[in-house]
Design a protein around this ligand. Structure first.
Ligand code: GAP
Length: 591
């Protein structure tokens, strides 16, 4: 990030109460941030806008699961084995660094995450990379996988290890057996969750962009891949800027500017479902004020994809020359539900009823246990189960005199005549299927940072430099600042009354009577308050029914007198975009 702007932004964020490093009284600790009053409100507004779009308007249900989950969940999900970043340690100062980030920061190589460990070691040597903290050469130092999960013990002792969830998604997947009941066992259905996730990042950086505790807003959409189709027509005209993997790998690769419909028709985005959510996501980002000229969808390179993802596109935003991932749109196939089905005692499938019952051939076994017992001892039961699975998957294996099955890595040959193998005709009403999952996964903190960064403006007002946030009223922490021109002559009492009335009408209001009026406007400009109301002498002198106040617009700093009778209604219409400030000014001029 360009240092000048990000410093200005981080300084503004701290000074005006958006966010700051936590536990400062004890020296602070990297990767943990507290949202102040403005930031907490902005973040909540972003989350509400997300819920409105991805839960309410898409017709999905929302859940709220615990952040600590037992170890078997992550054994099944693959996070215990495969959720690693590349760690290189400085031999001199013992500081840990993310090896792929060192490469990206010091060479022209992008997305170094997708490069195998041994090649990363070679690149460190080839480019003479040094420790950013003490300058010691890192060539020859081992690059190792570091698991990002925070481990804990559930209850006293160490008998039940647990982990802070590294993604909210697992809280949804493990509850699938119950959630499918709430969805009346019918696909497709979606489940959302907005909550904390934890990753023990090797080197947290860029303020709230890469932290160790953050908020995700995730949707897991469970679908039948054979039958369910997204309502693509709703978004087919949405214009998107795509950066496909092939373009990233080509020497003269470029963006593909197209529509969602075209991207599907031309096979650029192969999953209709992912394409649908790219369209919904593009519109949502535009709605909350992300600059569409600084926004793109980038496809993951094959080595970059998470262990569960069959395909993935990231929504990325440009901030001062660098691109940051805000959302992953992943096609997770049946990976998670299959894994939880294999590792637990619950069923992670769903019964799909056929339109008409079907008569099908079914291969079955009825092994002779009086043969398997003496022959295989303690493994006899597992051999019988393996025979059953083999019959379901590969009936030709029973064509000869013997069939071979594998149990715990050992092969066992069984005479076919002892297996009770038979092929029967059965009539089936349906089948058990494992749904596939499409997942838009948003990092709320990164969205908040981007919204602020893209709204940041500097200009001059009355010969004085001003910085302000051009925030959309939907996400602005405060919609209206109410001030008395002076803290006397009844103006303060009337301003307090008006502030209370506006709050009752559902508007977020700040009351401020400290310092010169110009300074109060600047304070509200800096936190992105779109409108300010000032009670002045004219207000208190106006007679009953004719009382007016000034309403000032943040971006233009233009002011207009508005009757207090209509004030709540007028400000609500301005907030909701049902009326523009220019229309309000024109109406006042016409009166
Ligand atoms: N369930 C899928 C998943 O977790 P991810 O790409 O690892 O996918 C999703 O994370 C989003 O979470 C990212 O696009 C990013 O916005 C956010 N995120 C991930 N790690 C983060 C971190 N250390 N700090 C802040 N946000 C993070």
């Amino acid at each position: 990030m360009s240092e000048a702007i990000s410093e200005a932004l981080v300084e503004l964020a701290k000074r005006r109460g958006f966010f700051f490093q936590s536990s400062g009284a004890y020296g602070g600790v990297s990767g943990f941030y507290t949202y102040g009053p403005q930031g907490a409100s902005l973040k909540e507004n972003v989350e509400d806008a997300w819920r409105d779009r991805f839960a309410v308007k898409e017709g999905h249900m929302e859940i709220d699961a615990p952040t600590v989950m037992p170890e078997p969940v992550f054994e099944a999900s693959g996070h215990l084995d495969g959720f690693d970043d590349m760690l290189v340690e400085c031999p001199e100062c013992a500081e840990s660094h993310r090896a792929d980030h060192l490469i990206e920061d010091n060479t022209d190589i992008e997305e170094a995450e997708s490069i195998p460990l041994s090649e990363v070691e070679d690149l460190i040597a080839e480019h003479d990379l040094v420790c950013p903290d003490c300058g010691t050469e890192l060539a020859g130092e081992p690059v190792e996988d570091f698991n990002l999960m925070f481990e804990t013990n559930i209850g006293p002792g160490t008998s039940q290890p647990g982990y802070l969830r590294p993604e909210t998604a697992q809280g949804i997947f493990v509850e699938f057996p119950r959630l499918k009941e709430y969805a009346r066992n019918q696909l497709p259905f979606g489940v959302t969750q907005v909550g904390r996730a934890y990753r023990n990042e090797i080197s947290p950086r860029n303020s709230i962009i890469r932290v160790r505790e953050f908020t995700q807003a995730e949707l897991e959409h469970f679908i039948d891949p054979e039958e369910d189709e997204p309502p693509l027509s709703r978004v087919e005209d949405v214009e998107v800027r795509l950066y496909p993997a092939a373009e990233q790998e080509a020497d003269d690769g470029d963006y593909v500017e197209t529509t969602v419909g075209e991207a599907v028709a031309e096979g650029i985005v192969t999953s209709d479902w992912v394409a649908y959510y790219l369209g919904v996501g593009q519109r949502w980002y535009d709605r909350i004020g992300v600059d569409m000229d600084r926004f793109r969808f980038r496809q993951h390179l094959s080595g970059e994809r998470a262990h569960y993802a069959a395909d993935c596109w990231d929504a990325e935003a440009e901030i001062d020359g660098d691109w940051f991932e805000l959302t992953g749109f992943a096609y997770r196939s049946d990976y998670d539900l299959s894994k939880h089905g294999e590792h637990s005692d619950e069923s992670f499938t769903l019964f799909k009823q056929y339109d008409e019952p079907k008569t099908v051939e079914r291969a079955t076994v009825d092994p002779d246990m009086s043969y398997l017992g003496p022959e295989f001892g303690g493994a006899a039961g597992d051999v019988a189960d393996a025979l059953e699975r083999k019959a379901e998957r590969d009936r030709s294996a029973f064509d000869g005199d013997e069939v071979t099955v594998e149990v715990d890595g050992d092969e066992h040959a069984v005479p076919v005549e002892q297996t009770g193998f038979a092929v029967e005709e059965v009539t089936e009403a349906g089948e058990h299927i494992t749904p596939h999952v499409v997942e838009p996964s948003f990092g709320v903190d990164r969205v908040v940072y981007t919204v602020i960064a893209h709204a940041y403006r500097e200009d001059e007002v009355d010969g004085e430099a001003r910085s302000y946030l051009e925030l959309d009223p939907e996400v602005a922490p405060t919609v209206v600042g109410v001030f008395p021109l002076m803290d006397k002559d009844g103006m303060d009492d009337r301003a307090r009354e008006l502030a209370a009335e506006l709050r009752e009408a559902g508007l977020e209001v700040t009351y401020d009577d400290s310092g010169a009026i110009g300074r109060r406007y600047r304070r509200q400009d800096e936190v992105g308050t779109p409108f300010c109301v000032t009670v002045d002498y004219e207000t208190v002198e106006d007679g009953d029914g004719a009382e007016t106040v000034t309403v000032r617009e943040r971006d233009s700093t233009a002011q207009v007198r508005v009757p207090t009778d209509d004030l709540a209604e007028t400000l609500t219409a301005l907030r909701d975009g049902d009326r523009t400030f220019d229309e309000l000014t024109a109406a006042a001029d016409a009166d």
